[in-house]
Design a protein around this ligand. Structure first.
Ligand SMILES: *Cc1c(COP(=O)(O)O)cnc(C)c1O
Length: 391
């Protein structure tokens, strides 16, 4: 007997439901094709939208920064862990996003857990889309504000919630820019209009829009032409930007407040120089080469059309995230396993990440996939789909 027996029982339960997943192991760089669990496969599961994770220019920047500054920073930002390089990245991000200032956190996840409790507290209310990311949900729990949800993208319900929330000191409306499991885009113009009308703080988490939406990948605010009208834009450096980190692009005062109150910023060590220098290089590339983003979108369109033509249900996706909705949890996992056997890696995703009965494999194409990668992947989807009977 041990105090951890419950862990064994819970694992057995997951196995019984057919959703226990050992970790897949990558033994090559991230890329359009990768070596996963010892097999060379077409990779449709990474967030490396622009193919920057293994870009030689990012690697060179990381190596040079390591040579110059060392491997780690050994301090939090507020003590002696702020390098001139960190400030350069923040200046570059603010210019890229067109905001007064920006501040970098260790990850997109810690951004949400650090920022939300600074924006709202006791006597305030958070109004959050029902499908927002787990890190937003956790950030909301850390704030001592009341939490209310509106049905996914339901603007009538958001308005009702805002009307009902006029007695609170501050109102915060928070949404993903692109929703990570369905690939649909938040109705940001309506959200912004309602925030302006009802005096609420607007907050968009652009993790899956950074490097994807907007001509140079600036995100959902640029995509909709809403520059200057969204109070807080969170972005990630870990997905399309190819490295690691999260940032907030907002007002100068808000950044100064986060420096004093953002708990991950205050109590967790800053990024290694290699991470910061590689992220700066990625921003250079995104500013200089909008054709990368154009290629991402043409690949996404081609793949989505191919899947629909085969008769798969791809839900409401409007972005390079394309779910292939299977339904049953076990069937979705079988479908993913069959694809893998055929040389394609597309992760199966089940409850609680998505609602019960909507299990799926999620695909993300990148700018780096070739025509051949995509047509080979589509043939594997066709064969796997027929063999488990979903098409
Ligand atoms: C992935 C994701 C995050 C986490 O970003 P990391 O930089 O990987 O920590 C936060 N928010 C949303 C909406 C995400 O999709």
């Amino acid at each position: 007997m041990s105090g951890l027996d419950f862990a064994h029982q819970e694992i057995e339960e997951l196995k019984k439901q057919g959703v226990f997943r050992p970790l897949r192991v990558l033994s090559s760089p991230q890329g359009p094709r990768a070596e996963i669990d010892g097999h060379r496969v077409i990779n449709l599961s990474s967030n490396d939208y622009l193919g920057l994770a293994n870009d030689p220019r990012l690697k060179r920047a990381a190596i040079e920064a390591t040579e110059r500054y060392g491997a780690g920073t050994a301090a939090v930002r507020t003590i002696i862990g702020t390098l001139d390089l960190h400030l350069e990245l923040e200046r570059r991000l603010a210019a890229f996003k067109g905001t007064e200032a920006a501040i970098v956190f260790q990850s997109g996840f810690t951004c949400n857990s650090g920022v939300i409790p600074v924006l709202v507290g006791e006597g305030d209310v958070i109004i959050s889309d029902a499908l927002n990311h787990a890190s937003i949900i956790d950030g909301c729990r850390l704030a001592k504000a009341e939490i209310r949800r509106y049905a996914h993208k339901d603007m009538a319900e958001l308005e009702q919630q805002l009307q009902a929330a006029q007695g609170f000191r501050r109102r915060l409306v928070i949404t993903d820019g692109v929703f990570s499991m369905d690939g649909d885009i938040a109705p940001l113009p309506q959200i912004v209009r309602l925030c302006e009308q009802y005096g609420a703080i607007s907050y968009v988490d652009d993790a899956h829009s950074s490097g994807v939406l907007g001509k140079n990948g600036q995100g959902s605010v640029h995509h909709f032409g809403l520059q200057g009208r969204v109070d807080v834009q969170v972005g990630t450096l870990s997905k399309a930007v190819g490295v690691l980190g999260g940032y907030v692009a907002t007002s100068r005062d808000m950044v100064d407040l986060l420096i004093h109150r953002g708990r991950p910023f205050l109590f967790s060590t800053s990024h290694p120089p290699a991470v910061t220098a590689a992220a700066i290089e990625a921003i250079d590339i995104m500013e200089r080469e909008p054709e990368l983003i154009a290629r991402l979108w043409s690949n996404a369109r081609r793949f989505k059309e191919g899947l629909s033509a085969l008769g798969f249900n791809t839900g409401h996706s409007e972005t390079p995230i394309t779910p292939v909705i299977i339904g049953g949890e076990r069937e979705a996992m079988q479908f993913s396993d069959e694809l893998f056997r055929l040389g394609v890696f597309a992760q199966g995703i089940a409850f609680p990440t998505v609602p019960k009965g909507q299990a799926r494999v999620r695909t993300i194409v990148s700018a780096a996939h070739s025509e051949e990668d995509l047509s080979e992947a589509l043939s594997a989807f066709e064969r796997a789909g027929r063999s488990i009977g979903v098409i």
